[in-house]
Design a protein around this ligand. Structure first.
Ligand code: SF4
Length: 364
């Protein structure tokens, strides 16, 4: 069976080249073709000997997910639907803002963790994405966006915050992130690559050694009672264990703080007492808060906190000396906001509405 070269880190590609009797430095050349130039075929690799290209044709493929559609929001946000093997769809979202461009990447098709406020959870778990399918989202986004007038790539930041829990698909996510960081590929800075987890504690520790990148925690509650209700994983790894892992992570983190995400759910976790509890909980941990207005979806059973309540909550955190931002909703007109990625909205009427902005690729 042919191997998909998009799955390989540079070290693994070099190993593969040695196995097929080729020099290691050729692997680096091919790796650059794949990721810097976005080559879709070996024929494009014009500085590689024809004999090697023919050999690669026999034993390997370049197999990115298939691009199904592209939607462009009035605010510049772009959303791509990609089909991965088995016919499953995933999405990647690009958000341009304040001189930087952030790509939100998925790590699984669906998710098994059953966070109550998350629409991905409602579709259940389908499968892990391969490292090539994870990197393939960045590969496509770079191709579709092109470069700015200075010849620079538009994507400066990547966040592993799309569908799925990245630390459950650990090996593939680590390889994908290594490719994203490699200066022979996407050359992202470790500070600009963020992994967001709902709190798989043992893997937070190994991440610190295997591929330390910026860390974000989907916290969403200020005590175990509320967190147990909305994030079942908390019963296995309660808040105290999670925060202890965060402290340990900070020793090796490329950033000197951890971001805590907090989705604002009316009458669930948004009381003033919750904010006060949070300020006490975080004492001694270098962190920032990102408050996220909830994006309702059909039958979610939750409502977003009022804007007034979100600002009150924010003020309490700020008065206690924390940086607390409120996440702006982006790409509303193309359902690209947090919690609205493909498959998340089950409601058929809404789905029809959703796809009215659908642009088949041949028209882009
Ligand atoms: S919030 Fe993240 S970890 Fe929780 S169910 Fe949704 S995708 Fe999975």
């Amino acid at each position: 069976m042919k191997v998909n070269l998009l799955n390989y880190t540079l070290a693994k590609l070099e190993e593969f080249f040695l196995e097929i009797g080729e020099k290691k430095f050729r692997a680096r050349q091919v790796f650059r073709w794949l990721h810097i130039y976005g080559a879709e075929s070996f024929a494009e690799m014009t500085d590689i000997a024809k004999t090697l290209r023919a050999k690669l044709e026999e034993v390997a493929t370049i197999e990115a997910p298939a691009l199904v559609s592209e939607q462009i929001s009035a605010d510049g946000t772009r959303k791509w639907a990609l089909e991965v093997s088995g016919g499953n769809k995933i999405e990647a979202v690009y958000i341009p803002e304040d001189g930087r461009g952030t790509l939100c990447v998925s790590s699984q098709v669906g998710c098994a963790l059953e966070c109550q406020f998350c629409s991905t959870a409602r579709q259940g778990f389908n499968r892990n994405l391969s490292s090539g399918e994870i990197v393939g989202q960045l590969w496509w986004a770079n191709k579709r966006l092109g470069k700015d007038p200075k010849g620079e790539k538009l994507i400066t930041n990547v966040v592993m915050m799309g569908m799925g829990e990245p630390l459950v698909n650990y090996d593939n996510v680590i390889d994908a992130m290594k490719i994203m960081l490699d200066d022979n590929a996407y050359n992202l800075s470790k500070r600009k690559l963020t992994l967001s987890t709902s709190g798989v504690v043992p893997k937070i520790d190994t991440l610190a050694d295997d591929c330390p990148v910026a860390l974000a925690i989907s916290l969403h509650a200020s005590n175990d009672e509320v967190r147990d209700e909305i994030i079942p994983l908390n019963k296995k790894y309660p808040i105290a264990q999670l925060l202890a892992a965060c402290q340990r992570y900070l020793d090796k983190s490329p950033k000197n703080y951890i971001t805590f995400e907090y989705v604002m759910l009316k009458d669930v976790n948004d009381h003033i007492e919750h904010a006060r509890e949070l300020t006490k909980l975080m004492r001694g941990i270098e962190c920032k808060f990102n408050l996220i207005p909830f994006n309702p979806f059909p039958n979610s059973g939750f409502e977003s906190s009022s804007w007034e309540q979100i600002l009150k909550f924010q003020k309490i955190l700020q008065n206690a000396g924390y940086i607390a931002t409120v996440r702006k909703t982006r790409g509303d007109d193309i359902d690209a906001a947090c919690g609205q990625l493909v498959g998340r909205v089950q409601d058929k009427t809404k789905r029809q509405e959703k796809w009215k902005n659908y642009i088949p690729l041949h028209e882009v």
